[in-house]
Design a protein around this ligand. Sequence first.
Ligand code: PEP
Ligand code: MG
Length: 850
Amino acid sequence: MVGIVIVSHSKQLAEGVRELAAQMVQGKVPLAIAAGIDDPENPLGTDAMQVYEAIASVYSDEGVVILMDLGSALMSAEMAVEFLTMEQKQKVHLCEAPLVEGAVAAAVAAASGSSIQQVMAEARGSLTAKAIQLGVNTSPSFVSSQGQTTNDTGQTTKEIHVTIRNRLGLHARPASKFVSTAARFQSQILVSNLTRRTEAVRADSINQVATLVARQGHQLAIAATGTDADEALSALQELVESNFGEQETPHSPLPTPHSLLPTPYSPPHFIQGIPASSGIAIAQVFLHTANPIDVQQYHVDDVETEWQRLRVAIQISKEEIQSLLSQACTQIGDAEAAIFDAHLLFLEDPVLLEAVHQRIFRQHQNAEASWQAVIEELVNNYRTFEDPYLQERVADIVDVEQRVLRLLTGFQSHIRTSDSSPDNLNPSEPAILIAADLSPSETARLDPTKVLGICTTNGSAISHSAIIARRLGIPAIVGLPEEVMHLSNDAIAALDGDSGRMWVNPESDVLNALEVKRNTQQAVHHEGLATVFSPAVTRDGRQIDVFANITGITDTEEALRFGAEGVGLFRTEFLYMERIAPPSEEEQELIYLSVAQQLGNRPLIIRTLDVGGDKPISYLNLLSENNSFLGWRGIRYCLDNPEIFKPQLRAILKASPEHQMKIMFPMVATVEEIQAAKAMLAEVQSELHQAGIPFDEKMEVGIMVEVPSAVMIADKLAAEVDFFSIGTNDLSQYVMAADRTHPLVANLVDAFHPAVLRMIQQTVQAARTAGIWVGLCGELASDPLATPLLLGLGLNEVSLNPRSIPAFKQAIAQLTGDQAEAIAASALQQDSAEKVRALLSREWGVGSRE
Ligand code: PEP
Ligand code: MG
């Protein structure tokens, strides 16, 4: 988060400003002051060393904004910046904004996770509302002559003229580069198109720069006012003169709107995707594309909260776009992905944000209506230009507009009502949902009586969305070709979630075959249900505990119905999704308690928050990472955020008395991490002791073994904990170095691979030697083909999707312990996942995939 330093001659003044700003953001933003001097006789003054220390106390890679009052405050601040390293200097900015309004606006922007440029822009624009109320015009005036002029306040403006040489002029990508370069500097920069004799516009506004319609051969005037005007102008000049880094390739036509139109779709016999959730579904197609959102306008009294709502929605949109950008870079190349750069800049456009800010603050309009109105004005403005590039940009603007509106309207339904918001994911009549992608929380919202099947073009079988689809019992195929997005809603689709095949308007012979398969599956399922409440015992009397993976209270009842003997994995992160703040300690305590009560005296393993990877939670201020699975996730995030972690630990402990609750930490990679997690747990325990609050003092503590390093040091980790649970979903992706959500590498993320099986074996060995029990809760356990492996490798417990429990128990009842051990030993000697599957089918005969 961006830090803020307030420099003032008066300590009292600085403290007052800090108090005001901190109050607006409930103390969430790092704010430091450097004010007054150590002279009782004459305490008014500023000291560069103090400023330096204040910067150091709030410094992070996100940067620091310094706001100051008069005269020598600026000098002290400049001197303090001189003490910083080169790298730090890049991230510390002096801001000329007014001290009080600027500090408050900067703090609010920083609290919503804005970039340093955005925080500066907010601080600078902080007088706008006041100026408008007083009828003062704040638009910048333009300097028209090349060279240097000085304004009434003594500030010097420097101006240069440059000629655009690249073939397509300032189209999306160069315009983005131009704007982001301008935004790097503190100076105010204006630009006009001399050839078209346009008004000067702000160079840090993507929308205003676009309206210059600057084409090849046009001359621009760029004027900069401020301390770094020279640097700004030379950076912009260099950018323009280097043709914005573009290679001139005369034969690289941009996609025309026509080429983006859906092509008529003629299906082959069947379309092959990746099987993600078992079962057959036949129904009409329901294509999910983002619908325009219906926005209501209403009066708001609490304008600050309204503005905050918008800021949060913008921030989440930026995170979503950022992740699209990284995906697009790898999948379609940098040049095409640059369109998302423009989307990001659009959301940071200070002129646009100022206009929305005014509507909210002056007209007391709600955020969504203000946002929509300002964008409509902008779109109308674009439409007045008969320029094909600007016309194409309208589609981008509407795209970004809808993204923010979707978030705003979603939030609103959460804030106002507790019932589920109307959404466009669940069709009114039963159908097969076709979408580009579904997030885990969207999948969790699906109604299985309406969504009979899911087909997506993205995703993989062990993404969290696929796991949820299986839990809901909805057949699903992922990784289908793009063309399915062009199907019409009149089409009938049939899908087989076991083979990953999809048919469009299938012939009657296909339909008959699928019906037969469906009936057989249902019969097997019912057979399994008959013995579901018996323990899982082999023919020779060996027993394995069979637990369920759940995400909340509602799954618990289902888990018990399918014969779960306990819960082996409660994925608590789902309690944090689809909301705007974490569940409170009390709310969590109630949920844990009610799951435990439903389970009676059966074990309940609660996994602490495993955020990150493919489970982003916007308000937790996760970073936008290139490799989110290798980044700040699970225990790494929790240890760094005790204010999130400790309430969860407290809630678990408080719910624990008289229940068989155990705690499990995810993503542990080192001994230090488990020691730190245990230390935090001990801290919470001692706080509860002091407060006289009872908890289960003997509660078992375990870890997920899902990172290769944890397997390699399993002996060391075993000395720290009471149990292990092997997470083969993550373990497979990390062992095979293949993203578990990436359809193109989905074949690599395979827990049947001997490399993964050997990791399981090593972990079991280490647990046995240390005398602790070991379970497995990855999706491998839900595949009946894997049953002999799990038994043969010596696991004490497995935890699986509730619906897979009957088949697992049936499979165990057909095996003997010796047979399973022989199969597992031989599987470990194979050299591919394919050969392991072939071995299992041969020796064991239950085929899970076609
Ligand atoms: C795993 O990684 O195998 C696991 C069970 O955890 P999750 O799928 O929630 O990451
Ligand atoms: Mg995991």
